[in-house]
Design a binder for this molecule. Structure first.
Ligand code: NDP
Length: 425
């Protein structure tokens, strides 16, 4: 049935119901309103349909037409790229997938068919001349093993492309600096894919920590653990991964403490541990625990392990609230619980914020930076800062002594401008 036919049928059904009620006025009153929405300023909206007692529902998403979106090539088609990033383009509003770059041609061709990428936009790692000449590619999203980020970033920048690079940025601060320099020389953006910084629950927690409502945050504790198999994976090869649990998952605990507070640590004290004889940990550490001290007095206790069951939570202690953030570093399932006094009782508020695809959010931010010239919130300098601290963490673990870090004045010194209020669309 066509849409006009369907509407006519609804009207007739309403009229019939009205006639049964005994009159044309009743029929008009009973006519169902069809919410066709209104278009204004290039956006679609619908009237509010829930009472003021309910939280407002956001307007429909307002994606840019494909011709106005920023074109991305995804480089390195492993688990993260195929399971999370390629699907996220379907939920992005400003980015579009235009090319794939891979060392595995049959996989790349299959994924190109599945995601609507033209066959001639499937490239190999040696095809930089052709990639450079492809005007549809404005940005390259690098999703290879950590030690290969530098080479791909330098090649993409030299080809005149903007770079979105997975975390950890690289495996040494020298590589991070070379990536920053290459993108600066080419006048291209470099953004590190710190997805949590774009995720709405993390952003709400950042507002709570910095807003002062509950007093100054003095205690942060974070755990990121997962039990790993496949000892031959590149994650257990130091030359490719740079380290074990620390750069892969401990980094989330470290970056969380930095971006939630905005401060830079002045001292780190760390321990690493690997189960003797475990084939997974011949080259890289199984577990890292570290304490960071910040200028305000905030202390961050962090733990990451490749040998413990999955757990990705953080807590924040403030004078007037204790916050528990479940699944803080996971792709989904974030849950913020805020315990505070409520009169003579203790209240625990379960703040439910609509879930968003973190990868689509970061893609949209990068696309906006490319389109407007805005500096990314998480530029290369953000990745370099974390890498320097991770190097200090390893030094502390090796010596058993705390390591002092340079004192940095001000907040968010390694970040681009603050993000606008979280987009509800
Ligand atoms: P995978 O091992 O699943 O995939 C890596 C891909 O990189 C391979 O499939 C391959 O793609 C390409 N590649 C190129 N050279 C090599 C090489 N020498 N060895 C292995 N792979 C190679 O890794 P992930 O997808 O899990 O991780 C990739 C990056 O993403 C890492 O930097 C990781 O830290 C980061 N990551 C970030 C997450 C986040 O939440 N932000 C979560 C998971 C990972 P091809 O066959 O196409 O050449």
């Amino acid at each position: 049935m066509s849409e006009p036919d369907r509407r006519q049928m609804l009207k007739l059904a309403a009229a019939a119901a009205g006639a049964a009620l005994g009159g044309t006025a009743a029929a008009r009153a009973a006519e169902p309103a069809v919410d066709t929405g209104t278009v204004a300023g290039g956006k679609l909206d619908f009237p509010t349909w829930t009472a003021p007692t309910e939280r407002p529902t956001p307007p429909p998403p307002a994606p840019l037409p494909p011709s106005e979106r920023v074109g991305f090539a995804v480089l390195g088609l492993g688990r993260l790229a195929t399971e999370e990033i390629l699907p996220a383009f379907g939920r992005s509003k400003r980015a579009k997938l235009v090319a794939l770059i891979s060392g595995t041609p049959d996989k790349a061709r299959l994924l190109a068919r599945q995601h609507g990428v033209a066959p001639d936009a499937v490239y190999g790692y040696g095809d930089w001349d052709r990639i450079k000449a492809d005007p549809a590619i404005q940005a390259v999203y690098i999703v290879t093993p950590n030690a290969l980020h530098r080479e791909a970033t330098l090649a993409a920048a030299a080809a005149g492309k903007h770079v979105l690079c997975e975390k950890p940025m690289a495996t040494s601060s020298a590589d991070c600096q070379a990536m920053i320099d290459a993108c600066a020389t080419a006048r291209r953006h470099l953004m590190i894919a710190y997805r949590c910084q774009y995720e709405p629950n993390n952003r709400a927690l950042q507002d709570m920590v910095r807003g002062g409502r509950y007093g100054a945050a003095l205690l942060y504790d974070a755990v990121n653990t997962q039990n790993m198999a496949a000892p031959t994976q590149w994650r257990f090869v130091k030359a490719l991964a740079g380290g074990g649990a620390l750069p892969d998952i401990g980094l989330y605990c470290l970056n969380g403490a930095r971006f939630l507070s905005g401060e830079e640590p002045t001292e780190v004290y760390a321990h690493t541990h690997s189960t003797p004889g475990d084939p997974r940990f011949r080259e890289v550490e199984e577990q890292v625990t570290f304490t960071l001290r910040f200028p305000s007095g905030l202390v961050a206790n962090c733990a990451a392990s490749y040998g413990l069951h999955e757990n990705r939570r953080l807590g924040m202690g403030m004078p007037a609230a204790a916050i528990d953030f479940a699944n803080a570093f996971a792709y989904t399932g974030q849950r913020l619980q805020i315990a505070h006094r409520d009169g003579d009782a203790e209240a625990v508020v379960d703040r439910r914020i609509a879930a968003k695809d973190q990868f689509a959010l970061e893609l949209d931010h990068m696309a906006e930076c490319v389109a407007t010239g805005r500096r990314p919130r998480t530029p290369g300098e953000e990745g370099l800062a974390d890498q320097r601290i991770m190097e200090a963490i390893y030094r502390s673990a090796a010596t058993g002594q705390p390591v002092a870090l340079p004192k940095v004045e001000g907040l968010d010194t390694t970040r681009g401008p603050a993000l606008p209020p979280a987009d509800q669309g």
